[in-house]
Design a binder for this molecule. Structure first.
Ligand SMILES: [Zn+2]
Length: 391
């Protein structure tokens, strides 16, 4: 079943046809109007009430179809979740998204019962991002030695954190991280100005070491925001297309720029600490994070090969897994692997024929569990991402 999916025009999105979201929508439906001055931030594929997908042929909401015919979910998905447990998205990021982490299931329950207006559901929100274009993100704490080196060599950080914290190794990341995020506006303004001055007096090597370009960019997007200095605490990653990161519970992260596929459990629970006009909850964030540093290479999430054309990104949660299917132009046809879960497929590139019609970039299909599709290549390399429940 082909789906019609909704676009979210959040202000941080890429504008007009620069945006992968807009490109895919335009390709799938030539009548989709593109306003070059409008941001096209997210494409939502699934049953979430904020932007529910609709079955193209019948105009029925996918959620209604599922409640009418729950068997389409697959037996195990139905038993564990009684609904489609994931939300599948495309993101086109022009401006940094907030520094955030997502609570564990038990913590989400607690937060939701204490602050139902802020944490609106009791579910966890593990998420995975797979790059479609070069994609920048901050992800997880840097190794302790790296953070320590920044703290010792950048006087502005030293002033915030204090020598006292620096002398302690065991709680250094916690103390320094909290000190930066809670630093009063007046002090942070003075210190960021001083840091920018330092950049202007630095040579190329020094600027690269200080991540001057990135700090300046974040400062231009969020002037004098405490979160700008998180560059010295969190790993900076630049994903190539097809590379992925998985954000489990309590892992600090921020998406900075680029287009990606994103899949997550159905939840809105985000604890934010900076680079955002939204509510920040530094206390909750600081109390929940995983403070173990690790190098950026350890943050990449590797897929497992399933057959010649299919690899699967299978995170350690039951809510979702994502499959990347790439069929070279020379290959005539490919039958995708049958799954015991309902799935959503998004065509990224290529053109192919399948049982009911033709798919082009931007086509979104809903496939009931245990059903199969054979794609026959018509044009170019076929690239598809498929989201399933990981049961
Ligand atoms: Zn997140």
């Amino acid at each position: 079943m082909e789906l019609i999916c909704k676009v979210q025009n959040y202000e941080w999105g890429k504008k007009g046809l620069e945006s992968k979201v807009a490109q895919l929508q335009k390709s799938a439906s030539s009548s989709f109007p593109i306003d070059e001055s409008l941001p096209y931030a997210e494409l939502w594929m699934g049953t979430h009430v904020n932007a529910p997908s609709v079955v193209k042929e019948t105009n029925e909401q996918l959620s209604e179809l599922i409640s009418r015919q729950p068997a389409v979910l697959g037996e195990e998905v139905l038993r564990q979740f009684q609904e489609l447990p994931f939300l599948f998205k495309v993101l086109s990021v022009n401006k940094a998204l907030s520094i955030q982490a997502h609570p564990s299931k038990s913590h989400a329950k607690e937060l939701h019962s204490l602050y139902p207006n802020i944490y609106k559901d009791p579910n966890h929100k593990p998420e995975m991002a797979i790059a479609l274009t070069p994609f920048e993100a901050l992800c997880g704490f840097r190794p302790l030695s790296e953070i320590k080196k920044f703290l010792e060599s950048i006087p502005e950080l030293q002033e915030i954190v204090g020598n006292d914290a620096l002398s302690r190794d065991c709680q250094l990341i916690q103390c320094a991280f909290r000190a930066v995020l809670t630093c009063p506006k007046k002090t942070i303004t003075k210190l960021i100005d001083s840091l920018l001055q330092r950049f202007s007096e630095s040579d190329k090597t020094q600027r690269a070491y200080l991540h001057a370009d990135l700090v300046q960019r974040l400062h231009s997007q969020f002037p004098y925001d405490n979160g700008v200095l998180m560059v010295y605490f969190l790993n900076y990653l630049k994903l190539h297309p097809s590379e992925a990161i998985f954000l489990g519970a309590n892992e600090p992260h921020a998406y900075l720029s680029g287009d990606c596929i994103e899949c997550m459990a159905c939840s809105d629970n985000v604890v934010r600490a900076g680079l955002t006009p939204k509510l920040v909850d530094v206390d909750t964030l600081c109390s929940m994070l995983i403070y173990t540093g690790a190098p950026p290479t350890e943050k990449l999430f590797a897929p497992t090969r399933e057959d010649e054309f299919s690899v699967i990104f299978r995170p350690p949660v039951p809510d979702f897994a994502v499959i990347k299917i790439s069929v070279p132009a020379a290959e005539n046809s490919y039958s995708i692997i049958t799954r015991s879960s309902a799935s959503i497929l998004l065509i990224i590139s290529g053109k192919a024929q399948y049982n009911n019609g033709t798919v082009v970039p931007g086509t979104v299909l809903f496939l009931p569990s245990d059903e199969m599709i054979t794609f026959t290549n018509l044009e170019g390399e076929l690239l598809i991402y498929q989201a399933i429940a990981n049961v």
